[in-house]
Design a protein around this ligand. Structure first.
Ligand SMILES: NC(=O)c1ccc[n+]([C@@H]2O[C@H](COP(=O)([O-])OP(=O)(O)OC[C@H]3O[C@@H](n4cnc5c(N)ncnc54)[C@H](OP(=O)(O)O)[C@@H]3O)[C@@H](O)[C@H]2O)c1
Length: 279
């Protein structure tokens, strides 16, 4: 199968190229060669590559900046999603749109299922939800795959920020009242590939199993990385940010696992793999 990965230079994109590349012929594009919000760019890439499957991982992902750059966030995350899905539908090719836990408001206390009510709190969350709506309308053969707390080699992600801070400071303050599903890009790429082998189109969650608070994640990470900087818990109020975030955004991957037969490993195991890959 020839698979087209859009956003191939991002942290997830790189692992999608590696994981799909184990079994498929892969072609990858990113800015500046292709802007997904340009009909001409997307049409040209579709004509040139004639893919049989598409994963759209290209996105505006800066949650804080999105509060001041709403147009840019919607351009990539809504318009880009729609254009890619429309071209995919024209070619009768299945398309994956990667989405986010930020479509939820965090008021639940048990893991979110794909059919739970959405209510994004931030511009980024609204732009990704608009992308989901656009993809559902444009392409019958779609997979919407929501993930959370994503980290992968080379990314500007939470683990890398924690490791950098731990190497500079005698102690760290990390929030204990934000709970989620840390997810290694490698595991998300494997789950996405498993879905691509089915025709069970629809909306899914793909995250590593289990959940934790941010401070627990930081402690586990530093232990894996062999760094002994103590992590002290603090509260979200102590870190003012422009964007509002869900305080609880644990996702359940149950329906994806049922549809594919693919099990996504525990977040601690995935974290060990990540620290091995970055060393
Ligand atoms: N990071 C997380 O914690 C997280 C959590 C939940 C869901 N997600 C979703 O997971 C997906 C992958 O995220 P990621 O962390 O791998 O993001 P990333 O590292 O920022 O990668 C996104 C890639 O898309 C490119 N891009 C941005 N706008 C584009 C456009 N208009 N046309 C073509 N390419 C464009 C970016 O290029 P530039 O770098 O040059 O802008 C970048 O290479 C995204 O859909 C994101 O919304 C991420």
């Amino acid at each position: 199968m020839r698979t087209l990965i859009l956003g191939c230079k991002g942290q997830l994109g790189k692992d999608l190229v590696a994981v799909f590349g184990e079994e498929d012929e892969v072609v990858g594009f990113d800015l500046p060669e292709i802007d997904v919000s340009s009909v001409d760019d997307v049409s040209r890439v579709m004509d040139d590559t004639r893919p049989e499957f598409i994963v759209n991982s290209a996105a505006y992902t800066n949650v804080e900046d999105a509060e001041d750059e709403e147009d840019s966030a919607f351009l990539a995350n809504e318009q880009g999603a729609r254009i890619v899905a429309e071209r995919a539908a024209d070619a009768d090719v299945p398309v994956v749109y990667i989405s986010t836990d930020f479509v939820f408001d965090g008021t639940k206390t048990t893991p979110y299922e794909p059919e739970d009510d959405v209510n994004p709190l931030s511009v980024y969350g609204r732009s990704k939800l608009a992308g989901e709506v656009a993809v559902r309308a444009a392409a019958k053969k779609h997979f919407i795959v929501r993930t959370a707390w994503l980290y992968g080699p080379g990314g500007n992600n939470f683990p890398e920020k924690i490791i950098a801070a731990a190497q500079k400071n005698p102690t760290l303050q990390v929030v204990h009242d934000e709970v989620g599903s840390p997810t290694h890009t490698w595991d998300l790429a494997l789950a996405t590939r498993a879905l691509s082998r089915t025709e069970a189109y629809g909306t899914y969650h793909a995250v590593n199993a289990g959940s934790c608070a941010r401070d627990e994640f930081a402690r586990a990470l530093l232990e894996c990385a062999g760094i002994d900087t103590p992590v002290n818990p603090c509260s979200l109020d102590e870190f003012p940010s422009k964007a509002r975030r869900p305080v609880y955004s644990v996702l359940s991957a149950r329906t994806l696992e049922d549809a594919t037969g693919h099990r996504i490993r525990d977040w601690r195991e995935a974290l060990v793999h990540y620290t091995e890959r970055r060393s």
